[in-house]
Design a protein around this ligand. Structure first.
Ligand code: BGC
Length: 689
């Protein structure tokens, strides 16, 4: 398609229309769709309806075809709509949440989830997904942790890349691909006090070092779209921040796709008090480089006048339209506006066994075993009581599964084919010694707009667990959760703790398989579990201070007087049913010239299992403060009897952003720490030459 030629035939209204995203009910009031934000569009100028560029949340193939056909009949230049939706961890076949998937330390799982999601969603008529979310998450109070890959920037980049590759495949014209939108640019995970939509105040250096790399990895992997964040950066709402979008995203990161606002974020400039009205909000967003406005009408009400007044350059609008039309072209919409929407396939392929198996396979690697006293797990036989609020619940899909059908979820009770004992007195007086207690958070306790200040288990569960333990039972706590939770009040009363997360369609089967040892757990935490909510934000890659806490010095040091500093469970922690240890670590040199090889010898005295060997660094003397531990490499490895994992260290891996915001490494001493968790490492000092 010759986009420039097409644009030369477009009126200014037709161009502005392309920059607008609406919900399907504007075209057909009977259409049901995903609503993920407040509805601000009143008195929408009707002339834009059949010029609008995109619809969000079209629900199925039939609707997609009908809406596209109706639209094209009325659109003068027959420019097809692009359909977008949040397909975050599965469309109908739901996979584990991204936070759960990251616990597998296996980016391939993200790719599989994205590929299957793309296939289902493309058949259901969708063209683009608002995923992955690449925001770095370090505050357990924030509801959106479940959508992230956790607290480590390196993992975040690897997972972002894998999702984008999985959704998009090699070419967006290839069958059953979806365009991918990396979000939310930038730093949304830093909302103050973990409160959703709150202000972000972060240094440029931290942004560059810890936050930008994942978005950049998505862009380098070919992401088609970037979404603006709701938060401010440098006191300017991201959506109106031209430094962020023009200088960083376009000029530095070389992004040439579409920038879309988050839901209503253009208009929110008024609430942020940086715009007086829709006109000013539109001018600021368009000038900042926001090509498409999601679900508000600032562009349609004001851009024409703003261009006439010289407040927005026509060139800006043309660029935006060019980006949007180019994406439609890449998706093949001009040749086939219906793309892969297919009612027949929808019936046969969506939720097919192959997809459910893929979800199950991914989910097998996500749960994290954090405690297993006296090897109480795996359960040896059926002689246990199953109880707790989630034991027979099908609320296991997690947020962002708007097309997921809870009635299709096998509960844990179903998977065990076991009756759940509801009455705690009955459980206590039962003859069985072992109790599997399934508790946690409902799906609507995390996700967007679900920040919390109390991230502990409900009091009733805490009391039940304590009573059970006191009555002599052995308690296996299975946690269903979308975020790290505080478990200090129950952990000593549990013999085992399995963090199962929200595992999706196959959750019940996977949890049963892990509890019975059919599947050996292999997940590791990618977010720290605080001891107390007052520690938030808490993350393993924290800094030394001028007054570090130590056993020797107890006063006037950086510590709490009523709680330890460290997490209850830290990054990289996770047990299995094997007995895998690191026997020997060999460095080919302790001087890093070009590169250095490290060999880690592992042995296993138990059943075959999978470990994640983790390599961290700590730069002992740098230009700016450095994290005490930074993950630089890891390897997920299955160990039968013994295995050797080899890492290659390079100088580039030692680079960081210095005070001039240049990414460089220093000469001098660096600690290399290797272990099976961030808490238990062997430390070696090397010298960078
Ligand atoms: C969320 C985005 C999402 C969008 C569209 C917003 O409220 O922040 O992540 O993609 O809605 O549903």
């Amino acid at each position: 398609m010759d986009i420039k030629k097409l644009m030369s035939q477009m009126t200014i209204e037709e161009k502005i229309g392309q920059c607008v995203q609406l919900i399907p009910s504007f075209l057909d009031e009977n259409q049901k769709c995903e609503l993920t934000g407040p509805f601000h569009i009143s008195n929408f100028d009707e002339k834009y309806i059949y010029n609008c560029g995109s619809l969000i949340g079209v629900s199925d193939a039939k609707s997609a075809r009908e809406l596209q056909a109706k639209y094209l009949e009325r659109n003068r230049l027959k420019i097809p709509l692009i359909f977008m939706a949040d397909v975050v961890h599965g469309s109908s076949t739901i996979f584990p949440t991204p936070l759960a998937i990251s616990s597998s330390f296996n980016p391939e799982n993200a790719k599989v989830c994205a590929k299957v999601s793309a296939k289902e969603s493309a058949i259901q008529g969708n063209h683009l997904t608002f995923a992955p979310m690449s925001d770095l998450a370090r505050d357990a109070r924030w509801g959106r942790n479940m959508e992230t890959s956790g607290e480590d920037p390196y993992l975040n980049t690897l997972f972002t890349k894998a999702y984008v590759e999985g959704f998009q495949g090699d070419d967006l014209k290839d069958e059953h691909t979806l365009a991918s939108c990396v979000k939310h640019f930038a730093g949304y995970g830093l909302v103050q006090a973990g409160r959703e939509y709150n202000t972000v105040d972060v240094s440029e250096r931290f942004l560059r070092e810890y936050h930008f790399p994942a978005y950049k990895a998505g862009i380098d992997a070919g992401a088609s779209m970037v979404m603006t964040a709701f938060n401010t950066i440098n006191s300017i709402p991201a959506t109106a921040n031209s430094w962020l979008f023009r200088d960083v995203l376009r000029d530095e990161m070389k992004f040439d796709g579409v920038v879309i606002s988050d839901w209503g974020a253009v208009l929110e400039a008024i609430n942020h008090q940086v715009a007086e009205d829709r006109y000013e909000a539109a001018v600021k967003a368009m000038n900042a480089g926001c090509d498409m406005e999601m679900m508000t009408s600032c562009y349609t009400s004001s851009l024409r006048l703003a261009i006439e007044n010289g407040d927005v350059d026509m060139k800006c609008l043309d660029e935006a339209v060019y980006h949007i039309l180019s994406l439609k072209d890449k998706l093949g919409l001009f040749e086939n506006p219906y793309r892969f929407a297919d009612e027949g396939l929808e019936k046969s392929v969506v939720m097919c066994d192959e997809f459910k198996e893929a979800s199950r396979h991914v989910a097998n690697e996500c749960p994290v075993l954090l405690k297993n006293e006296d090897k109480i797990l795996p359960l040896e036989n059926d002689d246990f009581v199953l109880t707790g609020p989630f034991a027979d619940s099908n609320d296991l899909l997690g947020p962002w599964s708007w097309k997921g059908d809870v009635s299709q979820v096998t509960t844990i009770a179903d998977a065990f084919d076991k009756k759940v004992m509801k009455d705690i007195n009955e459980v206590m007086s039962s003859s069985q010694e072992t109790v599997v207690y399934v508790a946690g958070e409902k799906s609507d306790e995390s996700g967007e707009a679900h920040s919390k200040v109390d991230i502990s288990l409900p009091e009733i569960d805490v009391q039940n667990i304590i009573q059970l333990k006191e009555s002599g039972k052995k308690v296996v706590l299975v946690l269903i959760n979308g975020r790290p939770m505080t478990l200090s009040n129950v952990i000593d009363h549990c013999d085992a703790l399995l963090v199962a997360w929200q595992l999706g369609t196959m959750a019940g089967n996977v949890i049963a398989d892990i509890l019975t040892g059919k599947v050996n757990p292999s997940g590791k935490l990618t977010m720290s579990f605080p001891r107390h909510v007052g520690q938030c934000p808490i993350f393993y890659n924290d800094y030394q201070t001028g007054r570090p806490a130590s056993k020797a010095v107890d006063h006037y040091v950086s510590k709490y007087i009523d709680c330890e500093n460290d997490a209850l469970f830290g990054f990289g922690e996770g047990l299995n049913y094997s007995h895998i240890t690191i026997d020997k670590i060999e460095f080919d040199s302790f001087e890093l010239n070009d590169e250095m090889k490290v060999k880690v010898h592992l042995s296993n005295k138990g059943v075959t299992g999978t470990e994640v060997v983790q390599l961290y660094i700590n730069d002992l003397s740098a230009d700016v403060i450095r994290p005490l531990k930074e993950l630089k490499a890891f390897e997920r490895v299955m160990v039968q009897d013994s295995e050797i994992v080899e890492f290659t260290l390079t100088k580039e891996m030692m680079a960081y952003y210095n005070h001039k915001n240049e990414c460089k490494y220093d000469k001098g001493k660096v600690e290399i720490m290797i272990g099976l968790s961030s808490n238990e490492v062997q430390t070696f000092t090397i010298e960078i030459k």
